[in-house]
Write a new protein. Structure first.
Length: 138
């Protein structure tokens, strides 16, 4: 064990990784990342276990939310770096042409994924506003 209590493979003393999964990728309840048991059933063993299925879905939401927050943090770090470069080279924070091209690309991606492009626009309005703030624009 290393000083962080994990072996060279990143497993703790019980053989679980940082997400609490064993070597087969199962959590402490024996479920895989999709919430299925070893026989492939969802929930807590019953074929139509609504509460168990809901719990599995909520775990999936939580994992996805953690990934989204990590991506937002990564994007914020990139925005800060872009702002420093813009400032060092006397460039304006806002590049309307770049923002329009990026918005068009996002709308195309939204359509490809079957999403409402208005949802994507709403989300990115907040993201871009924050990015501008990090780069020094009011």
């Amino acid at each position: 064990m290393r000083s962080n209590g994990r072996d060279q493979d990143g497993r703790d003393q019980d053989g679980r990784d940082q997400d609490g999964r064993d070597q087969d990728g199962r959590d402490q309840d024996g479920r895989d990342q999709d919430g299925r048991d070893q026989d492939g059933r969802e929930g807590h063993g019953a074929v139509d276990d609504g509460p168990g299925q809901l719990a599995a879905l909520r775990r999936s939401f939580d994992k996805l939310d953690a990934r989204l927050v990590a991506l937002l943090a990564e994007r914020a770090a990139l925005s800060a770096r872009a702002g420093a470069l813009k400032q060092a080279h006397g460039l304006p924070v806002v590049d309307h042409g770049r923002e329009a091209a990026a918005a068009a690309a996002r709308a195309s991606l939204a359509r490809a994924y079957g999403l409402d492009s208005a949802l994507v626009d709403d989300v990115y309005a907040v993201v871009v506003r924050h990015s501008r703030r990090l780069q020094g624009a009011g």
